[in-house]
Design a protein around this ligand. Sequence first.
Ligand SMILES: Nc1ncnc2c1ncn2[C@@H]1O[C@H](COP(=O)(O)OP(=O)(O)OP(=O)(O)O)[C@@H](O)[C@H]1O
Ligand SMILES: [Mg+2]
Length: 269
Amino acid sequence: MLGGPLADVAAADDRDADHSADSTTAMQLRQRIQELEAAAMVAAGMAHDVSSIAMAILGFAGHIRLDVPPGSELEHAAADIERAAMRVGQLGQRYLAVANRRITPRTRVDVAATVREVVRRLAIGFQPTTEVVVQLEAETPIIIGDAVQLHQVVTNLVVNAAQALDTTPGTITLRLAHRRVAGPVGATPWATPDRPGGEYLLLEVADTGPGIDPLIMARLFEPHVTTRPSGHGIGLATVLAAVDAHRGFIAIDSAPGRGTTFGVHLPLG
Ligand SMILES: Nc1ncnc2c1ncn2[C@@H]1O[C@H](COP(=O)(O)OP(=O)(O)OP(=O)(O)O)[C@@H](O)[C@H]1O
Ligand SMILES: [Mg+2]
């Protein structure tokens, strides 16, 4: 055991060694986190692209199926492609839901361009009886946010609207407008936290479908809540996670037989 001045020097050396070991570990951890963040972003982007491509394949296969003789081999093949594409799309959505929990860098997002892109990509797979109307206010503001998440919000709401209409003739209307919200917005039954009043970008996705089943209304955004036989109940959970991440809120107007409007409010500035 050391004593006197030498002991102090040795102790100081130990402390320095501890500090530099600590800072090396902290640096390595930071680096590791950055690598994981980057990997998560790439994975999210890929999951997103896979979902979008699967939607397109689904649309094209649907067209083929309608064009070939019923009961023919080609019709069966097209139906197989549709099922496979649906499965790939659902897997992509699931990965996206997981990837949503990542922290992402924010960029300037032109939501109007996102809306146009999603409609162009999805409309090809819609029923011929579904009409799509896009009403974009001139010069809609730019959002500082996560482009992938905002793309998912629009996609999931539009897909749900199309599925709500199914083969019944009807209209999906997308609106984008600048809104001033007067006072704080209270938490809704589906647990969007309180939000302050102020300037918001409002994205509305409205359909003339049957309205939301009142039995699931209070649990609408919970994962795995679905009324569709092939549904996973992931779409709206993804939407809420993304809107929450942007400190926005969602308003819903829906009544049986009267259609449904989702109003996504994203804060500006
Ligand atoms: N526009 C809508 N009109 C009527 N009901 C809706 C609408 N959007 C959502 N819903 C209801 O909310 C449920 C949950 O929607 P969500 O998008 O989370 O899951 P899903 O569409 O069933 O499955 P997934 O999106 O995972 O494929 C749907 O099953 C449906 O009952
Ligand atoms: Mg859905």
